[in-house]
Design a protein around this ligand. Structure first.
Ligand SMILES: Nc1ccn([C@H]2C[C@H](O)[C@@H](COP(=O)(O)OP(=O)(O)OP(=O)(O)O)O2)c(=O)n1
Length: 178
């Protein structure tokens, strides 16, 4: 089940959901309108899953930054969001999608129990200027069926990220886990 805007507001008020910073005007019928953060890591070289991703990091100026096709940008959400009760799905929205922007490549799920500023894997269809703290997509909260897992026992990599995270698959590959 997906939470309605009023249900998100109620859960935020009781602490069952964290959205920081929180603006009630960003609620929509079934989602919260999240914003792009002000930092991106530019990844414009060939990548290797067994090696830490090379990048240059830059602050998006108030005048905006033109994103280019063919480049992977790792960004982050302006908000830190999470819940011990609900799972989260982060996506773009119709407005940002219409600009030819993918806000993530393949990582929409926030697990129950995680509180994060999300890492965004941004790609663009055409050169497009983006601005810090612009509305970038919709975040939905999902009611979970079943017993919560014991997350800490599983050595998950990204339980409480506060900044942009590169892929950590190289740790697994270095350990012969692949
Ligand atoms: N765009 C995203 C997607 C997820 N996460 C955070 C919240 C998730 O709860 C956590 C784990 O997401 P995945 O299960 O997709 O990550 P992996 O399977 O790659 O790693 P792990 O071994 O930690 O599960 O990462 C994030 O910061 N940014």
């Amino acid at each position: 089940m997906i939470l309605t805007g009023p249900a998100i507001a109620a859960a935020q008020a009781t602490g069952e959901i964290t959205i920081d910073p929180y603006e009630p005007t960003r609620l929509s019928p079934n989602a919260y309108d999240w914003r792009l953060g002000d930092t991106v890591r530019i990844c414009d070289t060939d990548l290797d899953a067994a090696t830490p991703t090379p990048y240059t990091e830059t602050t998006i100026p108030d005048t905006g930054l033109v994103l280019q096709p063919g480049v992977l940008y790792l960004g982050l959400t302006h908000e830190r969001t999470g819940s011990e009760i609900y799972a989260q799905l982060l996506n773009g929205n119709r407005t940002v999608g219409s600009l030819g922007i993918w806000v993530h490549v393949s990582a929409p799920l926030g697990h129950q129990g995680h509180a994060i500023r999300w890492t965004l894997e941004i790609r663009v269809a055409r050169p497009v200027r983006v601005y810090p703290r612009m509305t970038f997509g919709k975040l939905v909260f999902l009611h979970c069926l079943g017993t919560p897992a014991s997350y800490q026992l599983h050595g998950l990599k990204y339980t409480s990220t506060a900044g942009i995270g590169i892929s950590r698959l190289y740790e697994e590959l270095a350990g012969g886990g692949a």
